[in-house]
Design a binder for this molecule. Structure first.
Ligand SMILES: Nc1ncnc2c1ncn2[C@@H]1O[C@H](COP(=O)(O)OP(=O)(O)OP(=O)(O)O)[C@@H](O)[C@H]1O
Ligand SMILES: [Mg+2]
Length: 458
């Protein structure tokens, strides 16, 4: 049986492995000062025994040791505890062994003689990453419950707010305008609204308004009668009729002409269409959702979009933020897509390496979720290993303040866990704060501060 993770509040436990007592002493001193719980082992064999019985958040190991070598230990650790980060120690001038260790899955390496500040910094980074990986594992189990709405993944505050918003508006008949950059999930949201609405048994029809010239678009949407233009050899039903009782998504609405816009406005006001070339109108019952990646307000100012139609459509505006503004969603999305493409291609389940995850979280994603999905699909298909390494993503490291992005994600993740633990303990302690603090292993004052910070008390 593998040891289980301890509570959030205990300090991080680090296993240091080296055959030199001096080195162990040094680590004990430096890391002990940093508030870490340090356990030492003189050999790889001893390290494995300790790993079998205790929980560790990080392992630091020398590479050159009698008996089991550092590299062998590393491989063993990777199979026992795939997400446990390992830092290896190499002697100055033996960079080759460091490279081999990195290839075998080490998180980082330190070169002897070792600088104290370097130890602290490298250890902190590795632990942050481990926390993130653990949080992802935890979320993976919960994602079905609250990190998604149907197949829309999103745990960030803006996505959760949107989920609540669409649950509220799905039942009504109101027109909805969805705005978002390319690849943010506009169509996915439109489908979700349809699925949540009483119209779900009726058709969902989508059309890209930007892809067709005006006359064709009108005939597509409203239908036409035979002979109304060259090529109209028979009567044709329009998409409004096809979608009767259901939902019609007018995608790229910002690319339409003002003449089309005024016709559409009439349809929305009258709930009836007139096929091109026809003289009879047809009643339709369709809920219209429009989507755009253009700032329609600006188009209205520039007079390229009719103001009256804008207000008619934007009864409920839904703004999907770009992925770079909700990086907390990236680990869940990555996980979701890895599963999706492993299943689709009948591959054994894969996981992502902590370093690869970091690269994903830090990337700018101009193509938003679609781009992330493509990167993952490629990595899953091209990479036979169970663990997707950073190199398998074929991505440039980001130039945006990378650490900020990562730390924000970790902070949000940690806060979520902390909030849950506090609520749990408070319930268990039946509201008695001293007892709750005791259960959590923190002081009453700390508990009070945290309760305030998370708005759990007035
Ligand atoms: N939150 C999400 N959870 C899961 N999958 C998502 C999410 N957002 C987007 N996707 C996926 O990303 C891809 C792009 O989404 P979609 O087509 O809805 O974007 P879009 O905003 O309509 O893009 P475009 O402007 O290019 O038309 C789809 O494969 C979709 O399933
Ligand atoms: Mg789209």
């Amino acid at each position: 049986m593998s040891p289980s993770a301890p509570d959030q509040n205990t300090s991080d436990r680090i296993l240091v492995v080296d055959d030199e007592p001096n080195m162990l002493g040094l680590f004990k001193k430096v890391l002990g000062k940093g508030g870490y719980d340090v356990v030492t082992a003189f050999s790889g064999e001893e390290a494995i025994k300790k790993l079998e019985t205790g929980w560790f958040d990080l392992i630091i190991s020398d590479l050159k040791m009698p008996g089991l070598s550092g590299l062998e230990l590393l491989k063993k650790v990777k199979s026992m505890r795939p997400t446990l980060p390992c830092i290896v120690l190499t002697a100055h001038g033996t960079i080759d062994s460091a490279v081999a260790a990195m290839k075998a899955g080490a998180y980082d390496y330190l070169t002897k003689p070792i600088n104290n500040d370097e130890i602290t910094l490298t250890v902190k980074k590795a632990l942050d990453l481990h926390r993130l990986t653990r949080e992802v594992e935890r979320l993976r189990e919960k994602v079905g419950v609250e990190g998604a709405l149907g197949n829309i993944i999103g745990r960030s505050k803006p996505m959760q707010d949107l989920f609540r918003l669409i649950e509220r508006v799905a039942n009504s008949h109101t027109t909805i305008l969805i705005y978002g950059e390319s690849g943010t999930g506009k169509e996915l949201f439109a489908r979700a609204i349809h699925q949540q609405s009483p119209r779900r048994e009726r058709p969902f029809v989508a059309i890209d308004c930007g892809a067709l010239p005006e006359t064709l678009l009108e005939s597509e949407l409203f239908g036409h009668v035979r002979g109304s233009f060259t090529g109209a050899v028979s009567n044709k039903k329009g998409l409004f009729e096809e979608a009767d009782g259901g939902t019609l998504l007018l995608d790229e609405i910002g690319d339409t002409t003002p003449a089309f816009q005024s016709k559409l406005l009439r349809v929305l006001q009258e709930n009836e269409i007139r096929p091109v070339g026809g003289n009879k109108t047809i009643k339709v019952d369709v809920r219209v959702i429009a989507a755009t990646n253009k700032d329609l307000k600006k188009s209205v100012e520039k007079k390229s979009f009719r103001e009256d139609l804008y207000y008619r459509l934007a009864v409920v505006p839904i703004v999907i933020p770009p992925l770079r503004q909700r990086r907390e969603d990236i680990p869940l999305l990555a996980d979701h897509f890895i599963k999706k493409y492993c299943e689709r291609n009948r591959l054994e389940p894969k996981r992502i390496s902590p370093k690869a995850l970091r690269l994903l979280v830090e990337s700018p994603w101009p193509g938003n979720v679609r781009e992330l999905e493509n990167v993952i699909e490629r990595a899953v298909l091209m990479n036979p290993a169970t663990e997707i390494a950073a190199e398998a993503l074929f991505m440039e490291p980001s130039v945006e303040q990378p650490d900020d992005a990562l730390y924000k994600v970790i902070r949000t993740a940690t806060e979520t866990v902390e909030k849950e633990k506090i609520t749990e303990a408070t319930l268990k302690a039946k509201g008695n704060r001293s007892r709750a603090a005791k259960l959590l292993g923190i002081s009453r004052a700390t508990l009070y501060n945290k309760l305030k910070r998370y708005n759990l008390i007035e």
